[in-house]
Design a protein around this ligand. Sequence first.
Ligand code: IPM
Ligand code: MG
Length: 365
Amino acid sequence: MEGWRSNAHSRNPTAMTKLLLLPGDGIGPEVIAEVKRVAERLGGDVELEERRFGGASYEAEGVPLTEATLALAKACDAVLMGAVGGPKWADVPRQLRPEAGLLALRAGMEVFANLRPAVCFASLAEASTLKREVVEGLDIMIVRELTGGVYFGQPRGIETLPDGQKRGVDTQVYTTHEIERVSRVAFELARGRRGKVTSAEKSNVMETGHLWREVVTALHAREYADVSLEHMLADNAAMQLVKNPRQFDVIVTDNLFGDILSDEAAQLTGSLGMLPSAALGAPGRPGLYEPIHGSAPDIAGKGLANPLAAILSFGMALRWSLGRPDLDERLTAAVEAALGAGARTRDLGGSLGTREMGDEVLARL
Ligand code: IPM
Ligand code: MG
């Protein structure tokens, strides 16, 4: 079970690798533009393709993700997305909304393990709304289950009852297999880090939470007894994240709790504009990389967005799918150096624009 760690296809090291860019909506195109400049500078024989996605695809093709784009995504070595969604598509039927395109992409690519690292760069400890001594040196890896749970469970929908009231239904559902494969990723990651996994669920009230705890416990005993495992109720995990975040190493949790806890963890690091993510499937399959910030419609098109989450997501793609961890290291070091020299976009309390922040990173590559 080492395979997924080097998720890259076995290939001739001199061969081109193919990265599909899906800039999407809102600030997506702006931050992906900076990734393109960085990719060009780094070289690394990465061939870039680009397609419309989300609302942009809906406008042009009538659907947020075309079959051709999904097929291309599955045929590339990695996919890097910018952001999807915005108020413009609020009244579009749910299955045609930009977010539906993202869910279809995650499901179609079968990227079940979403790695969301929350690292507090030393020079940004001041930018967090929490005290420096609480967040300094923070290095958490959230492993979010990404293709199951309440995001995909059936039945779901809104029906009208005989008395005219409406009734909305979502279904949280998990199988042993789904819980095991994502937990395995968490345990493997912990082995290469500080050796601790915290599994977060609501086993006190939810059937899926009960099963989650049972399956994680059994897998741990069977294959990962060398890793330390702790179970934590998800509400408590939310509190512990702001109380004493450095107690965590790897957190493994379901799709919905992972969505919430990762936004919370992002804020610990100073800004949502800093957090990259990698979604991985079976070994050898392409990974999906996304900055975890959204489309930020309020600042879209103004050149104000922080491109670092997208740039760091590209770094994760280099590491996990494109077989170039060395380039990820160079890139991350350049980002750290830019921050260390005081480069700040507005979300970090500075005044740099998107392109200027890109320039700061490029200058250090
Ligand atoms: C995320 C986002 C998405 C999610 C939305 C845009 C569908 O919040 O990646 O965290 O809920 O998964
Ligand atoms: Mg989210």
